[in-house]
Design a protein around this ligand. Structure first.
Ligand code: C5P
Length: 218
């Protein structure tokens, strides 16, 4: 059965998640936020007192995670963890556990299970290269580091969380470097991905461009 897949990969805070939801809403498709799976793994491993540099130990924890995805919420056991997952500290834990091939393998089947009718929009770092290499449309989303730091800053301020823009930028550049330089599934545009730099675009413009590409592919 042919279930269509659109992949959106790109660096930290490039707007992948927002774009993925906009496109999925317009098409009535499912969304896979693969970063959330690495985040929940990093968070659970930290809480369990594991050494995040021990890939085997972190991977061994994955099958025991009691994860549930309910209407945009993510539950870990009896706790709704969406807010905890979005914290910068959790993003850092995610990128630490994401370097290990056994952790990436342990999360593969779960990610594939999001491919359900009528279709899937998957966002992350390696959706078009590793998880869904046969995707019907692959987008690689970028934005300048200053644009990304600025957006992340506004997002935090709007939630009443104080943040320093310079340290945000340093954090996201450090995370990008780790994600790009790791040997296992680094952040890369697939050879057949379409590049979209949204530094100077509104979310509506980016969404409409992707929907136009999608119509051209179908
Ligand atoms: O996209 P998000 O910021 O939520 O991802 C958190 C971290 O999870 C990334 O910095 C990256 O290290 C890791 N990740 C990954 N592969 C993906 C999605 C996220 O390695 N497909």
């Amino acid at each position: 059965q042919d279930i269509p897949v659109i992949t959106i990969d790109g660096p930290t805070a490039s707007g992948k998640g927002t774009l993925a939801h906009e496109v999925a809403d317009a098409l009535g498709y499912q969304v896979l936020d693969s970063g959330a799976l690495y985040r929940v793994t990093g968070l659970a491993a930290t809480r369990a007192g594991l050494d995040l540099s021990d890939g085997e130990a972190v991977a061994a924890l994955v099958p025991s995670l009691q994860l549930r995805f309910v209407a945009g919420e993510i539950w870990l056991g009896e706790e709704e963890v969406s807010a905890a997952l979005r914290e910068e500290a959790t993003g850092l834990m995610a990128s630490q556990v994401a370097v290990h091939p056994p952790v990436r393998e342990a999360l593969t089947a779960l990610q594939h299970s999001f491919r359900r009718l009528p279709g899937l929009v998957a966002d992350g770092r390696d959706m078009g290269t590793a998880l869904f290499p046969q995707a019907d449309l692959k987008v690689f989303l970028t934005a300048s580091a200053s644009t990304r730091a600025d957006r992340r800053h506004k997002q935090l301020i709007s939630k009443g969380i104080s943040a320093n823009i310079e340290s945000l930028r340093a954090d996201l550049e450090a995370r990008d470097a780790r994600d790009q330089n790791r040997s296992s599934s680094p952040t890369r545009a697939a050879a057949d991905a379409l590049l979209l730099d949204n530094s100077a675009q509104t979310i509506e413009q980016s969404r409409d461009l992707v929907l136009t590409w999608w119509q051209e592919r179908r």
